[in-house]
Design a protein around this ligand. Structure first.
Ligand code: ATP
Ligand code: MG
Length: 364
């Protein structure tokens, strides 16, 4: 449903998914006078703490989805693996923003790559892999190296295998579950960066400053802004992000992950993947911009105009992963830091428990 009424203060936005992203979206909704209804199968969802209404039910429960749809004026989601049938079921009843197409494209690495190259966005060379024989041929074509990824359900580096020799390729198709995959060319990047972009129902876009991302154990650890890239690179990043959201007729915030390659020819960007939702590498916007990525997403989903994505400070966002969060008292004592905790009852290794935004005077 695209011909949507615009929401008014007091209306309710439905959010699929009850993790920290849903929680921060609900907080932004509240700050804009909107209500949130969270739908999540997990009864211990951190987003439930901050929302007026919640539903605990499977994503396949048609009756629960109908009740949910009848209680909200628009639906959004905090994760990209919302089942396609769930999104389509809701979309027949209430506007789903970003749309079903964005979900379909982002859920399947092959569709994603086809869309990105069709939109004229630079990506790593890739091959469609349906068998070990396809893999062997593609590894040979890429000079004996590549990154093998399942087309669906990968996150935090899961569902992928680095291939640096034909030995690594042996048996890799079965080892990853013998499901449809892609092989990507192995990129010797200088660093990873991302752009958070937003698009409203009228087609206006707003782009936050590019962030430099550092991962530890395959999980994002820090995002730093400014990223230390040339103005030309920053402007290419924005242009790529805008092409993507425009090409998808997208409504809401999207995270676009990119590789920055530096060689004798200078700096070059390749898009790695897109996340059709607010993104961990955009958490710095909460404390360094007038309008955070969460406010921006809620505005877009409500059919409201976007706010400013301008940055007023420099920022380093650090994820508090697992027992990192035990340092909360030390963080509280830092004068230029803002602590964000997600209210998760149980601390587990590798689990995102919170983050801290360390803010300093704007340098660029
Ligand atoms: P996340 O949930 O962190 O986004 P993911 O499971 O979706 O991870 P990717 O983002 O595709 O997977 O890849 C994870 C990491 O693996 C990247 O951040 C990058 O460090 C490395 N990587 C992925 N693809 C390539 C590539 N083609 N060349 C070199 N390194 C790569
Ligand atoms: Mg990624």
């Amino acid at each position: 449903m695209s011909d949507t009424p615009r929401l008014a203060p007091g209306d309710t936005i439905g959010i699929l998914g009850g993790g920290q992203l849903g929680r921060m979206l609900a907080q932004s909704a509240a700050s804009l006078g909107l209500k949130a209804h969270i739908y999540c199968p997990d009864p211990a969802s951190p987003a439930f703490d901050v929302s007026e209404t919640f539903t605990v039910a499977p994503y396949e429960d048609a009756d629960a989805l109908d009740l949910f749809a009848s209680s909200v004026a628009a639906v959004t989601y905090e994760f990209e693996n919302v089942p396609g049938a769930t999104a389509a079921h809701l979309d027949a009843r209430v506007p789903v923003r970003p749309g079903v197409r964005a979900l379909e494209v982002a859920q399947d690495r092959l569709s994603e790559k086809q869309f990105l190259s069709g939109a004229g966005v630079a990506i790593a060379d890739y091959a469609d892999i349906q068998s070990q024989a396809d893999l062997d041929a593609a590894v040979a074509r890429f000079g004996g190296a590549g990154v093998l990824k399942t087309r669906r359900f990968g996150y935090d580096g899961k569902g992928q295998k680095m291939i640096r020799s034909t030995n690594d390729a042996d048996g890799a198709f079965d080892a990853l579950g013998a499901v449809p995959m892609v092989l990507e060319q192995l990129i010797g990047f200088d660093c990873e960066v991302s752009v958070i972009v937003a698009r409203d129902v009228d087609g206006h876009t707003a782009c936050y400053d590019i962030a430099r991302n550092h991962h530890e154990n395959h999980i994002l650890k820090t995002s730093t802004v400014p990223a230390g890239v040339t103005e030309a690179t920053a402007s290419t990043a924005r242009a790529m992000a805008e092409k993507i959201v425009t090409g998808l007729d997208y409504v809401g915030v999207m995270g676009v992950e990119m590789f920055l390659v530096r060689d004798e020819k200078g700096e070059r960007l390749l898009v790695n993947e897109i996340a059709p939702r607010v993104h961990n590498s955009g958490h710095w916007t909460q404390d360094a911009c007038l309008c955070s990525q969460f406010d921006q997403h809620i505005r877009a989903v409500a059919g409201w105009p976007l706010g400013s994505a301008d940055r007023h400070s420099d920022a380093v966002m650090e994820n508090l992963i697992g027992f990192d969060a035990d340092s909360w008292q030390e963080v509280l004592r830092e004068p230029a830091s803002r602590l964000h905790l997600y209210g998760k009852a149980e601390t587990r290794e590798g689990r995102k428990m919170g983050h801290v935004n360390r803010i300093s005077k704007q340098s660029v």
